[in-house]
Design a protein around this ligand. Sequence first.
Ligand code: 13P
Ligand code: SF4
Length: 359
Amino acid sequence: MTLNNAHTHIPLELAGRINELAAQVSRPANLAQADKAVLIARIKTLLKQHNAQIVAHYYVDAQLQALAEETGGVVADSLEMANFGAQSNADILVVCGVRFMGETAKMLSPEKTILMPDLNATCSLDVGCPAHEFAAFCAQHPQHTVVVYANTSVEVKALADWVVTSGNALQIVRHLKAQGEKIIWAPDQHLGRWIEKETGIEMLRWMGHCIVHDEFKAFELEQLKREHPDAKVLVHPESSESVVALADVVGSTKVLINAVQTLPDETFIVATDHGIFYKMRQLAPHKKLIVAPTDSKTTQCISCAHCPWMAMNSLQNLADVLEKQDQKIEIDESIRVQALRSVQRMLDFSRAQGLVKAK
Ligand code: 13P
Ligand code: SF4
């Protein structure tokens, strides 16, 4: 891959590979109500039996989110998932989300067994930032502080000085700016650009993208806004610059949920994965939620506001993994220790700033 000195684009073949991987994902089959009830009962028994907890992301199936809450686990953004896992007394954590979330849990709790319903649940940002290529980029800029988004592999985190999530990226970059640091940012180009705009810093940005948020369309969103003039527009910062420009609120999944709950408005157009509607509806049942448009006249959506890899988590494979304990996150100890520095730094900073519970 050719690396330039400023912003690093991912090569076409890697972009093609990401689309190929997304297209290969088979969505779980719809189950009959009676079969679901049997699986839920089995999962509850197995969780108790193994002193296990579910750590779920807001984008997974609503039934998994409900089950996590009912059984003493958590439904959260990636920052809170990491913090909850680190503070949990369970022997086993079943991470219902994507692979980097399971890896972060393992980095922070090597003594626990970390299971995932499907270890193949990846993320386009992770795939779009291969560690050896990112290492070469960092080596060209040895004076820079390396800040990577949590949506990366453990090998990329091992190259970083700081890990951030969308729940703390602004605060951490502001902190680094105040110290006069120069920053390499990876891998999400849109989140990086939004942070640059908000903080006034210029970073060397890796040009990865999220295949879900990249599909929201500004032109169609403007039209939808005209149809719903009273609606507030909520946008996750992994969306493109033109979509972010139309937002009333930009922020992490937690910030967007909080906006629906606390703003007086009745209608919200939401530019993020629609799995988040479970929590928004739970906290604000009378509000109207509309998915931001992902199709245009010329192109059709592929992920259509739902992450194909988050969708791999199902009641069936959750029950299976608790039974067989076969989909286990394993990390080479020397890489784990190296990557832990940047993850622990993020967690310590976030706890000190009151962004997550310090326990
Ligand atoms: P949050 O950190 O806001 O939960 O986002 C994670 C993610 O993968 C968004 O696409
Ligand atoms: Fe990755 Fe996007 Fe899926 Fe989040 S929604 S896990 S960033 S591909």
